[in-house]
Write a protein that binds this ligand. Structure first.
Ligand code: SAJ
Length: 427
């Protein structure tokens, strides 16, 4: 199949890079978003997200005229749905954005079009939710138009590179749809574009993120065991990982972001009777902020009235994304335990949390603190020189929940260092 014009619905972390990359490969792209601020911003060349390399990519696409941004879809050869699939409080998938996006395509659907769903979705979404909506047009999925699911797999922080280099799975509602989807991604993907059916592709995506969640859960559980037994979990993991078939991930204050901490719940919702391990892993990771907060409590004694400088709120290092961030959960717990918490998040300095003081510099957050708590291993924090820090603050207690700091340097500079997963060795 050949594509002259493609409409991308949803201009977030996936849709915007995808739309721009297609445009930079010579395709006429209409980027669509329902948020007027996003549309206005992009129409004036302003990118609303931070991702290394994204500004340049978008600018090139806009300046060339190949990417235009609108608040409504237009007729096109292909439609890519890249909207969020959040979850409700009870962890059920909220498919309302996918539903609205599919509905918005109906008036523009023509025989021979391709519709591609990229949003992470529960198994059977393409066949049982999206196909019936699109078929309200009177056209039949697979027969009159092509319909496929293709999960994005890019890592925030490396999206621009991974979008092009990673292998891509494309699952069609029939083989012709998978072929059409393969034709589309071949425009810019340098990795292999592998064909399968739609439900397999949906399941593959959830399996990938669930696999990672379960593996992080075991690392987090090891951090608790190491704490109990007075072992340094970081040393133990690095030794265990010398085994040729062992690769333990990193413990930390928990698992956040819009993917790994969300997607496993889609399996839990779809088949609650089959997912003991998956559900437990989610619960282990969701309980990890409390383990990190307990470490701070151990370092400071009673938290009431203690002034804590929390370093970082993002869900992981060197991104500006705060969704489902475990760092925020730790801050909530410290605040609720009576501490006076100040935070500094270099990528979102004005983000406010009720009852917490937001600052816009490292010097400001630490100046009146009793303790510093490292919650995110941003490069800015990892590169701190503890001798200089000692001049900026009277605090002599530091808590490292991410193994971002070199212990000897901080201890030599006069700090009492507490590290997550190191138990009684903390001094
Ligand atoms: N984390 C740990 N320990 C680790 C690795 C990560 O605690 O060893 C934490 C991070 O701090 C963060 C969370 O897990 O809070 C998730 O971070 P991540 O870097 O593992 O993953 P994401 O959410 O940024 O991106 C994932 C990726 N999936 C996999 O690696 C299987 C990415 O390829 C997906 O495209 C993305 O989810 C997505 O959009 O689904």
């Amino acid at each position: 199949m050949k594509f002259q014009k493609i409409c991308v619905l949803g201009l977030g972390y996936i849709g915007l890079p995808t739309a721009s990359t297609l445009a930079n490969n010579g395709i006429q792209v209409v980027g669509v978003d329902v948020n007027p601020q996003v549309v206005n911003g992009l129409q004036n060349g302003k990118v609303h997200l931070f991702e290394p390399g994204l500004n340049k990519l978008v600018e090139k696409a806009l300046v060339s005229g190949k990417l235009v941004v609108r608040d409504q879809p237009e007729p096109a050869d292909a439609f890519i749905i890249a909207v969020p699939t959040p979850f409700y409080d009870d962890k059920r998938a909220d498919m309302s954005f996918v539903t609205s996006a599919a509905e918005a395509i109906i008036p523009h659907l023509r025989p021979g079009c391709l519709v591609l769903l990229e949003s992470t979705s529960p198994p059977l979404t393409t066949c049982n939710l999206v196909a019936p909506i699109l078929e309200q047009s009177g056209l039949k999925a697979g027969d009159d138009f092509y319909l496929a699911y293709s999960p994005e797999r890019v890592l925030p922080g490396q999206i621009i590179r991974e979008l092009v280099e990673n292998d891509r799975v494309v699952g069609g509602v029939n083989p012709a749809s998978a072929q059409a989807a393969q034709d589309l991604y071949t425009i810019f993907v340098q990795g292999e574009v592998v064909k399968t059916d739609a439900t397999t592709a949906e399941m593959v995506k959830l399996m990938e993120n669930t696999y990672r969640d379960v593996n992080i859960a075991i690392a987090n559980e090891f951090s608790r065991l190491a704490d109990r037994f007075g072992v340094d979990v970081w040393e133990a993991i690095s030794l265990a990982n010398r085994h040729p078939r062992v690769n333990i991930l990193r413990p930390g204050p928990g698992v956040g972001g819009h993917c790994i901490s969300v997607d496993p719940w889609f399996f839990v919702e779809a088949a609650p009777d089959l997912v003991n391990l998956i559900r437990t892993a989610r619960e282990v990771n969701d309980a990890q902020p409390a383990f990190a907060a307990a470490l701070v409590q151990r370092a400071l004694g009673n938290l009431k009235g203690k002034r804590i400088a929390a370093l970082g709120l993002a869900f992981k290092p060197d991104v500006d994304d705060l969704r489902e961030s475990p760092a925020i959960e730790v801050v909530h717990q410290l605040r609720d335990a009576g501490a006076m918490v100040s935070v500094y998040e270099p990528y979102k300095p004005d983000f406010s949390i009720e009852g917490v003081h937001a600052t816009d510099s490292f010097a400001d957050v630490v100046k009146d603190a009793d303790a510093l708590v490292l919650l995110v291993a941003h490069a800015e924090f990892k590169n701190l020189d503890p001798r200089q820090v000692a001049n900026l603050t009277g605090a002599r207690v530091v808590v490292d929940t991410v193994n971002g700091w070199q212990p000897s340097a901080w201890i030599t500079a006069g700090f009492n260092l507490y590290r997550l997963g190191v138990g009684s060795r903390n001094e």
